[in-house]
Design a protein around this ligand. Structure first.
Ligand SMILES: NC(=O)c1ccc[n+]([C@@H]2O[C@H](COP(=O)([O-])OP(=O)(O)OC[C@H]3O[C@@H](n4cnc5c(N)ncnc54)[C@H](OP(=O)(O)O)[C@@H]3O)[C@@H](O)[C@H]2O)c1
Length: 212
């Protein structure tokens, strides 16, 4: 599958490499696709990976992943011709947080996922992967067991696509929380995970569900 990634930061590059290694073709994107900071990623990705502008990545992707800081996500999405995102699954991994006096959610009574869906009314937004540090986003392995990943979105066939993609990068237990309004839960869970990591001095944690 062709995957376009908006962003070439920690998450964009991590997912880009993960999806290339699992057999997909990927275009990540940046304001400066030719900047030398991207050379090593391009070399590692090989023929199945490339880096381009945001709009070119959106056009390329059969599925598009929005992997940008909350502070610029709206502006980037609004600058892309909506025709390139129309009827596509758009995965939103973003978190709207600020770090003054400890991490806090920026949004109240709404969520980044909901806002992204409102910005892209003709796309099928699926929220996922926002609760996990990029360093353990691909094939997460813990000696205690397998972590779970949550997703939410309004379109069931888009969620099926995302479930398959998550499986490709090692997420075997994916819980569908419901429609995109449930992204509010996922964004709160991210914060709970982040604060737990700080309290327990245990970076690189993930959620698991203990079952009988
Ligand atoms: N990092 C994690 O572990 C993690 C985990 C889960 C979810 N998330 C969420 O995923 C999203 C991406 O996180 P990240 O860590 O990958 O962020 P990041 O490394 O800071 O992302 C940098 C990317 O954002 C672009 N960017 C920065 N400012 C911009 C602006 N003003 N206009 C346009 N593009 C701009 C950069 O473009 P240039 O290349 O042009 O500089 C680069 O592609 C965030 O919403 C974050 O909360 C992060």
């Amino acid at each position: 599958m062709n995957i376009g990634i908006l962003g070439a930061g920690n998450v964009g590059k991590r997912l880009g490499t993960g999806f290339v290694k699992s057999g997909h073709r990927v275009v990540i994107s940046s304001r400066e696709p030719h900047n030398s900071k991207h050379v090593s990623w391009r070399q590692e990705a090989g023929e199945s990976g490339d880096i381009a502008s945001f709009e070119e990545a959106a056009r390329f992707g059969e599925i598009v992943i929005a992997a940008l800081p909350w502070s610029c996500l709206k502006n980037v999405l609004e600058a892309i011709d909506p025709v390139y995102l129309k009827n596509k699954t758009v995965i939103d991994v973003s978190n709207a947080v600020h770090f003054d006096n400890g991490p806090r959610l920026l949004l109240h009574d709404t969520s980044a996922g909901l806002i992204v869906q409102k910005l892209l009314p003709e796309s099928h937004v699926v929220k996922t992967l926002n609760t996990i540090n990029d360093k353990i986003m691909i094939h997460p392995n813990f000696k205690e067991g397998s972590p779970i990943m949550f997703m939410s979105g309004n379109d069931n066939s888009s969620k099926d696509q995302v479930r398959a993609l998550l499986k490709d990068i090692g997420w075997t237990t994916v819980v569908d929380l419901g429609d995109i309004r449930q992204s509010l839960l996922q964004e709160s869970m991210m914060l709970a995970c982040l604060i737990s990591e700080i309290q327990l001095q245990s970076p690189g944690s993930a959620f698991a569900l203990l079952r009988h």
